[in-house]
Design a protein around this ligand. Structure first.
Ligand SMILES: *Cc1c(COP(=O)(O)O)cnc(C)c1O
Length: 224
């Protein structure tokens, strides 16, 4: 199967409200161009340097999503062009994104990453930390003018146990639904980013509106 075929097959199976992010980390620009020529315009990368290199070489109508963990000191490199940052997991990071977005006269869309997996190593907020961020946002609207929180993101435990994955997706979905009514100028939950190659159908059935697919489009990766 070619990259174009893979994209078309996946896309034709998706409900209308679900957005496909093609996760192109570690793959060469030639592979990304194959996806681009098949109509794909949203690409996800997890390393800033790699994303910036590809952004410079590729057509400018692409939306670049940062799906990996973001270090505060790296935000400035992507602030000029990034269209969605999936892995926002601290208030400190949110403030830095706001600052760098302001410098670029932009408003940058963000997703708050929730920790839903069993593994300690996966990044993300717990519900207490989420509530604290929400409190900041509700109490004072005069700051963070250059970010918009448009949704949540999460990664399930790496396991074969579908019941476990489902439980985690439903947990994230319930957090999402719980805060859907809260709307401020820079907070409105519309996007739920969950599901990868192995579990995206399950994720969609649990309420996902954005899936991040790498290996099912580009083939397996040699290194992370
Ligand atoms: C690599 C990666 C993906 C894609 O994984 P596949 O299993 O190859 O589809 C999705 N989300 C994140 C955060 C990733 O790092």
């Amino acid at each position: 199967m070619s990259i174009a075929n893979n994209i078309n097959t996946i896309k034709s199976s998706l409900p209308e409200q679900v957005t496909l992010v093609a996760v192109s980390k570690t793959k060469p620009v030639s592979d990304l161009m194959e996806a681009y020529n098949a109509g794909q315009r949203i690409f996800g990368e997890n390393k800033i340097q790699e994303m910036t290199d590809k952004q410079e070489q590729m057509p400018k109508d692409i939306e670049w999503h940062m799906i990996g963990h973001v270090q505060t000191n790296k935000v400035k490199y992507m602030a000029p062009f990034v269209s969605l940052i999936h892995g926002v997991d601290s208030f400190k990071l949110l403030k830095e994104i706001d600052k760098q977005a302001a410098k670029n006269n932009r408003v940058i869309d963000c997703l708050l990453q929730m920790h839903i997996a069993e593994e300690e190593t996966k990044f993300g907020l717990d519900t207490t930390e989420l509530d604290e961020i929400l409190k900041h946002i509700q109490n004072d609207n005069s700051f963070l003018k250059n970010i918009r929180i448009i949704g949540l993101m999460g990664m399930a435990t790496f396991t074969e146990n579908e019941a476990q994955i489902k439980k985690e997706f439903l947990h994230l979905s319930s957090i999402f639904n719980k805060h859907k009514e809260l709307k401020t100028e820079n907070f409105k939950l519309e996007t739920l980013s969950m599901g990868m190659s192995g579990d995206y159908e399950l994720a969609i059935s649990c309420g996902s509106t954005m899936i991040r697919i790498g290996s099912s489009i580009f083939g397996s990766r040699n290194h992370q």
